[in-house]
Design a protein around this ligand. Structure first.
Ligand code: MG
Length: 380
């Protein structure tokens, strides 16, 4: 660059500037931070960050977010260091959601906040852990990870002096609950439709885990690439990877296939969503974001394949039954010995009940913490 004597004029880009830019540049259906329904406990706005950017930052700094590193996606942490954890999965979802959000001129900050929070409510040991806790809590309202995530950000995180939880905006909280039933009293102060940013995160979660479970499944040896060729979704991506890079080795080819898979799905969803929004008078549709019919069929085949060959693989089921035993034993132990719960959970028993408080404690554990606690209590 040529040096000149001219000094560039530097001015701060404030929150109000950002809100103005959102109004000017985002699509009519996008959530605008300047028009948020606000927080349960009113707060003054930040000078430089919009409300959704603040939500995102509060989520990243939460304890529950840090624990995602040691929570299972499909393979428990002891299976190896290469597989996705909930944290790396969450970061992949965030990246894809921001891409799709930007393509659709939605609010990228809200996409990011929702993506980073979307798995906060998962107990240890993935869906196996969630199923057991739900069975154990059937008489007390059940256990569901979206509802639990909202419970964490609304009351269980303890960081701020003036309110419980993270005091997130209504739009972010709505995207966390995703129109699930929730536990008692949760529906308060939510918006009455599902913001498009929450829909974007929901579908990118699916795009992300379908693609990386195939990847991790092959890496683990439980899935065979030859078997995957029966899936049109995989076969077509493989053909495209072969066309572009006919000479590359097997592992690099696999990464190229995963890239193709994600690209194809994101592009398909972007096109279908545009089509739906262009054909509707209601821009605040709850089902604006979706795959095309053709892609839906291929995704369903991939999901069935993953269910039959990975999630129900004897080795995975064997680990799941151990996880079930750990969670059940911990739950029964703490319900029978509530005085052994940490004080902060004992304090909640009067208001929330013993079962819910024990589930909050166990649900917040990482895989390795639950394993360790189980070993200490039961000696194996
Ligand atoms: Mg997820």
């Amino acid at each position: 660059m040529k040096h000149t004597d001219q000094v560039p004029s530097v001015t701060f880009f404030t929150r109000m500037d950002q809100e103005k830019r959102e109004k000017e540049t985002l699509a009519p259906y996008a959530a605008k931070s300047g028009e948020s329904l606000g927080r349960v406990y009113p707060e003054s706005e930040h000078e430089f960050r919009t409300c959704f950017q603040r939500d995102r930052d509060r989520i990243i700094h939460s304890v529950a977010f840090r624990r995602l590193e040691y929570k299972t996606q499909v393979f428990i942490y002891s299976a190896g260091d290469t597989y996705r954890t909930r944290l790396t999965h969450t970061l992949e979802v965030s990246q894809i959601a921001r891409t799709l959000g930007r393509i659709l001129s939605a609010n990228e900050d809200l996409c990011e906040a929702n993506a980073l929070a979307h798995d906060l409510g998962h107990p240890p040991f993935g869906h196996a852990g969630e199923r057991v806790l739900n069975e154990l809590l059937l008489a007390s309202g059940g256990f569901e990870h979206n509802a639990q995530a909202l419970r964490i950000v609304d009351c269980l995180e303890r960081r701020y002096p003036l309110y419980p939880g993270l005091n997130l905006s209504a739009e972010t909280r709505c995207g966390i609950l995703k129109q699930k039933q929730g536990y008692d009293g949760m529906q308060k102060n939510l918006c009455n439709y599902l913001p498009i940013e929450a829909q974007i995160v929901d579908i990118t979660d699916e795009i992300s885990y379908n693609s990386h479970d195939l990847d991790d499944g092959i890496e683990s040896g439980l899935l065979k690439e030859e078997d995957l060729m029966r899936l049109p979704l995989w076969r077509e991506a493989c053909e495209r990877a072969n066309e572009r890079f006919p000479e590359i080795d097997r592992k690099r080819k696999r990464y190229q296939i995963i890239i193709q898979l994600i690209n194809e799905q994101v592009f398909d969803v972007a096109q279908e969503t545009c089509r739906r929004l262009s054909n509707s008078n209601n821009i605040l549709m709850n089902n604006a974001v979706d795959y095309s019919e053709g892609m839906k069929k291929k995704i369903l085949e991939a999901k069935t394949f993953l269910m039959d060959y990975l999630y129900r693989h004897p080795k995975v089921l064997r680990i799941n039954s151990r996880c079930k035993r750990i969670i059940t034993s911990l739950f029964e132990h703490y319900v029978n010995n509530p005085q052994q719960l940490p004080l902060s959970f004992q304090e909640r028993i009067e208001k929330d009940g013993l079962e819910r408080s024990a589930a909050d404690y166990i649900g917040g554990m990482t895989d390795r913490y639950a394993e360790e606690d189980f070993k200490q209590l039961f000696g194996f």
